[in-house]
Ligand binder design. Structure first.
Ligand SMILES: *[C@@H]1O[C@H](CO)[C@@H](O)[C@H](O)[C@H]1NC(C)=O
Ligand SMILES: *[C@@H]1O[C@H](CO)[C@@H](O)[C@H](O)[C@H]1NC(C)=O
Length: 247
């Protein structure tokens, strides 16, 4: 597990909400929480997303670059992914709430609607053998390839799951919460609480909405994530803070 703290980390996120024509509030807050935690440990972080989510991340990325990956076809995306890996030389890739291609190379949302025209093919970054973590909550995110045979048998999950695999898959009710969980685990490993503060998270989610994000389940531009309120988000964070502070 030592590799998780070494070198440059690339974090990918951003999910297109077709009913609103906007990016969603699940993903970017968790990505920023992980990025800031790694930066607090002295690591270099770069966020990679597409044109829809870049404006949502920009304000919160601090010293980290936000790289916009073009939305294009398969071959061009593979070339772009290879070039980006060559340029950034990441030691670790983390995906949080990022759509991965299904078996027939299309990108599908939870309701099996095709969002390929609005989704950069970031999953090709994960095909090059770089150590990777995937965080998701719906079965259609990068990393769910690890469970590709199980997901279709669960009624509430997609029949056509994402096929990209990761070395370590984190599943959560809300992907942001999986991101907080990862930071809680990092906090325990390094003996230092590097979890985000609940009020700051609420402020950031509101800021992300101001920058164009919406709730992914309702499509509304209100401060909720997968229809969970910021109070519910705060309760979850409080529980993680208590776990970290009591070891
Ligand atoms: C890929 O699969 C999805 C889900 O079954 C389907 O909606 C879509 O039409 C398929 N696309 C192609 C190009 O076969
Ligand atoms: C969102 O939550 C509210 C209650 O807080 C509920 O009434 C509503 O049906 C939920 N919407 C969806 C799409 O789940």
């Amino acid at each position: 597990m030592l590799w998780i703290t070494l070198g440059h980390t690339v974090i990918v996120t951003g999910f297109y909400v077709i009913m609103a024509g906007k990016p969603e509030t699940d993903g970017p807050p968790g990505a920023i929480a992980i990025g800031r935690a790694l930066q607090a440990l002295g690591r270099k972080v770069t966020y990679v997303t597409d044109s829809y989510t870049a404006p949502v991340l920009q304000q919160w990325a601090g010293e980290a670059d936000v790289v916009e990956f073009p939305i294009s076809g398969i071959e061009e995306s593979k070339r772009h992914a290879a070039q980006l890996l060559q340029d950034l030389q990441p030691a670790l890739l983390i995906s949080i709430e990022r759509c991965g291609r299904s078996r027939n190379d299309t990108y599908l949302n939870m309701r099996a609607r095709d969002i390929t025209p609005q989704t950069a093919r970031l999953d090709y970054l994960f095909d090059g053998g770089i150590p990777s973590v995937g965080i998701g909550d719906g079965g259609n995110e990068i990393g769910m390839g690890n469970l590709v045979d199980v997901i279709p048998s669960v009624d509430s999950l997609p029949d056509d799951p994402a096929i990209s695999r990761v070395d370590r898959l984190v599943i959560a009710s809300v992907s942001n919460w999986g991101g907080y969980g990862l930071v809680a685990a990092l906090s325990q490993i390094c003996g230092r609480n590097i979890l985000p503060v609940a009020d700051d998270e609420a402020q950031m989610v509101q800021g992300m909405i101001d920058a164009g994000a919406v709730d992914g389940t309702t499509g509304d531009a209100v401060p909720t994530v997968d229809n969970f309120s910021m109070d519910e988000n705060s309760e979850l964070l409080a529980r993680l803070h208590s776990v970290v502070s009591t070891g």
